[in-house]
Design a protein around this ligand. Structure first.
Ligand code: ARG
Length: 231
């Protein structure tokens, strides 16, 4: 499942966890990686004169893969956190996000973050949502390998709520999820997404920031943004 390589071009190995629509997911045939991050990563690679080679990795395996030198960068809706900054370098933030929660339509008792106390919550392993859920008093946290699985578990009645990134929750609902589930506007935490690069590769980090700035200045970033999020 990686992009076809043109001859000659240097290859940029891009790690992602392609289960996080609309940022990174597989198209209907499962042949191509699509989404906001995927378009942005390809534009950045092109800008830097690289061929993009996208590799799909479990979310909690991304930083280890970067540290092991198996990939050159991570773009995966990854929140810039102090904890992660101990291990990796981040580009300038490229997307403002935050956490929200989703419950089933038939749930009339959970309306605010506070109401999640004592409840059972599904999260994706290794995410900021998982950390946040664990802070909730008396909550039981069930961890899943993918975001899709957290929504399935909610629908199946195995959990009371899903805690995940707002744009991902909103996209899930917009894509038919409203049959079964609903969300609330309350933002549990504001978060910024950044591209992660090895601390051993400051030159690449600089190039990525420059490419990002260029794409923001020339309108390419806005085009990609509108494609996935509207105006
Ligand atoms: N923003 C959250 C975090 O950094 C969730 C990211 C999950 N990304 C993914 N591609 N599954 O922890």
């Amino acid at each position: 499942g990686s992009d076809t390589k043109k001859s000659d071009a240097k290859v940029l190995r891009i790690g992602t966890n392609a289960d996080f629509a609309p940022f990174e997911f597989q198209d209907v045939d499962g042949k191509e990686y699509v989404g906001f991050d995927m378009d942005l990563a390809r534009a950045i690679a092109k800008e830097m004169g690289y061929q993009a080679d996208i590799q799909n990795v479990n979310f909690d395996g991304l930083i280890p893969a970067l540290e092991a030198g198996n990939i050159d960068m991570i773009i995966s809706g990854m929140t810039v956190t102090e904890e992660r900054k101990q291990k990796v370098a981040f580009s300038k933030p490229y997307y403002q996000s935050g956490l929200t929660f989703v419950v089933r339509n038939d749930n009339d008792t959970i309306k605010s973050f506070k109401d999640l106390e004592g409840k059972t919550i599904a999260v994706q392993i290794g995410t900021t949502g998982a950390n946040k859920a664990r802070e909730i008093k008396d909550a039981t946290v069930k961890e899943f390998n993918s975001s899709a699985d957290t929504f399935l578990e909610l629908k199946a009645g195995g959990v009371d709520a899903v805690v995940n990134d707002r744009p991902v929750n909103d996209y899930f609902l917009a894509q038919g999820g409203t049959k079964d589930a609903k969300t609330f506007p309350e933002i549990l935490t504001a978060e910024d997404y950044g591209i992660a690069i090895s601390k051993k590769n400051p030159e690449l980090a600089k190039q990525i920031d420059e490419a990002l700035e260029k794409l923001q200045a020339n309108g390419e970033y806005d085009k990609i943004f509108e494609k996935w999020f509207g105006k």
